[in-house]
Design a protein around this ligand. Structure first.
Ligand SMILES: [Fe+2]
Length: 161
């Protein structure tokens, strides 16, 4: 994918990611409703907790760039992304991993955006540096999340008594 060269495209992507992280954080609410092995629960908890943290990071940058915080589903995202009803745990993590990879690619795209477009969002030099540091952390986390999911997909299920 060519680097983002349009400020509006970058803004829309940041808003979309804020919303996505918020939705991903919600997957923690399924913990009590699903019969899972401890290993699955632990994975879900990490993913949910990190998404909460990621949402706050993206929110920080939206605020610094004076971008509106989305209050409803941004264009291009379905209203309810995570519905695990009736899914086995490998199916559930197969669903989650798609969004982890989407997030990973989105943060990479943000990092690789045209530097002039990024500079236009944040005036301060310090902000620019911190923005890139945060994106690097987000990319590392999403890589970790994708591999956590893959491990759960590849595992086997046990019946919980
Ligand atoms: Fe994630």
């Amino acid at each position: 994918m060519p680097a983002i060269k349009d400020k509006e495209v970058l803004i829309a992507l940041m808003q979309k990611m804020y919303w996505l992280e918020l939705q991903m954080e919600q997957m923690g609410t399924w913990e009590g409703r699903l019969e899972m092995m401890d290993d699955n629960l632990e994975a879900l908890e990490i993913l949910s907790h990190d998404s909460d943290r990621h949402g706050s990071i993206v929110e920080k940058w939206l605020k610094k760039a004076s971008i509106q915080i989305p209050e409803s589903t941004p264009k291009g995202l379905p209203n309810h992304i995570l519905n695990f009803e009736g899914l086995s745990s490998p199916e559930m993590f197969s669903m989650i991993v798609k969004y982890e990879i989407l997030a990973l690619n989105a943060y990479k795209d943000m990092k690789n955006a045209d530097p002039d477009v990024i500079k236009a969002l944040f005036e301060k030099e310090d902000d620019l540096e911190e923005f890139f540091e945060d994106l690097e952390q987000l990319i590392r986390d999403e890589e970790k999340h994708a591999s956590i999911c893959k491990k759960q997909i590849g595992g086997y299920m046990k019946v919980k008594y």
